[in-house]
Design a protein around this ligand. Sequence first.
Ligand code: AGP
Length: 611
Amino acid sequence: MCGIVGYIGERPAQDILLAGLKRLEYRGYDSSGIAVILPGKNTPSVRKSPGKIKALDKLLKSKPLAGSVGIAHTRWATHGAPTQNNAHPHIDCENEIALVHNGIIENYEPLKAQLLKEGHVFRSQTDTEVIVHLIEKFYKNIPLEEAVRKALKLVTGSFAIAVIAKQEPDKLVGARSGSPLIIGIGQRENLLASDAPAILEHTKDIIFLDENEVAVLSKNSCKIIDLNGRLVTRETRRINWDIEQAQKQGYKHFMLKEINEQPKIIENLLDLRIQKDNGILFQEQDIPLEKLKSIKSIFIVACGTAYHAGLVGKYALESLCKIPTYIDVSSEFRYRDLLIDKDTLVLAISQSGETADTLAGVREAKKLGASVISICNVLGSTLTRESNGVMYTHAGPEIGVASTKAYTAQLAAIYLFAFYLAEVRDIIPQNKINKLLEELRAIPKKQGAVLKEQDAIARLSRRHSHFGSFLYLGRNINYPSALEGALKLKEISYIPAEGYAAGEMKHGPIALIDEYRAVVCIAPASKVYEKMISNIQEIRSRCGKIIAIATEGDANIKELTAEVIYIPKCEELFSPLLVVLPLQLLAYHIAVKRGCDVDQPRNLAKSVTVE
Ligand code: AGP
């Protein structure tokens, strides 16, 4: 939610900030703005605009900003409508300090009331504006970072901020608590950003700012202090993402590019973890093996698509490791009376590693003594730093708001983790492990085969793009696939879609079925295949429009519906890795046909860093 970029150096800041914002637009896209220190006058000069970043781009073309120090912001509105006034940066009463913010200031109302009493003039309805007025209040004969520190000690909620000021035009200050902020170390320049893609073009040397830390940047230096003013040392890490990964590379949308990247990502992930003797490599954790052996239960916490990956994980972990596995969406988990303790392993799944509810859930679990393993895509994110171990998904930057490649990479990582745990606990005979891993290794090629059929899937999708609502049905390990298929469709096409366990159909959803309802039936070869066929028969006799996902060679299903998408034969346990590809493509092509902005769907933001 909201993206921040900051630059201090020798090059023109405007273009660097704007390019950075474009790479962060997935985080929020209802308005944007930029402030640059005007050379000579040293005042922060601001341009902002409601709407997508191209509106700001247009404005800057007609009214460019010169200067080599600046901050920028792309917004996902929380407090105050997406108007010009509410867009960031926000400035103090004297137009001398400019600030951008990602997060929510929960106590902004009393702070604002107090500041108003003291004579401050507010120009927006945002919670953010209180921070810049607080800084103004304290910024009297002390360095900017000291004023920032004093201001931040008064606010509650979550924030990542970047600040520039007239009095110290060669300084860029950033700070974070609860929202991500990274520092890019360059040659005679330094940068700040919410996420790496914004600065990858300029540097891969990154410092991950920790909670309650303040960064003080000049073009040649980077000092970090905590909120009490103590100096902090943080290592610089080199990230292996490259800028091409954050570009469309000829695809019409990031989502389509990311769908097509999946076979390679899964193949790389498997190569990285599966050793010659089929042992699973997982050194990035500090939980003693003895403890892993004695774990009594696993609790999975995640949101959205990552939650669906976790649902598949429950089946996989129970089947491979024989450990009772529970799962909850993070927003429920965090407020439950949790029956977990030191014998519980919490598996937190998150693409971004910054989802507020998942982080809160993990913190609750740790308080109760549980160990936490995370499955995460973003190196150095908050979740990874707060876990006892991390299995990275190495999917590269995911820019499309609808998660695709991160999902299948999460699935692969969960399977790998389940094999690892099964090995540690000596649950499965080696010959069975060998056979299953061989099947898993065959998946990327089979995914490639599904993607080869994407023109046919696109045609089928377009034939169904006029339906006003969709039902997705699946059973057992593909019940989560039904949920994920429905989520993909609703978030990018805005068509109401529901995912259901097919066995529940007769308990209600069957009432919805008529000739106007499209029903996606996930029916690959499996132990529940016959049950799915019965569901299909029932839908057929009520004239529902069926799209089936089935295993190649299944001629039977063709008798029941003309619309079948085939996937290659595979081990049932791994079928979610194949089944989801046609579901992603179906959602994508329906949304494109309906003229929707698939990479930036309305009201959504990539990382939900506020509750
Ligand atoms: C998926 O398409 C979504 N945009 C969303 O549900 C996402 O998976 C969820 O917000 C969790 O994000 P995370 O993986 O970064 O924690």
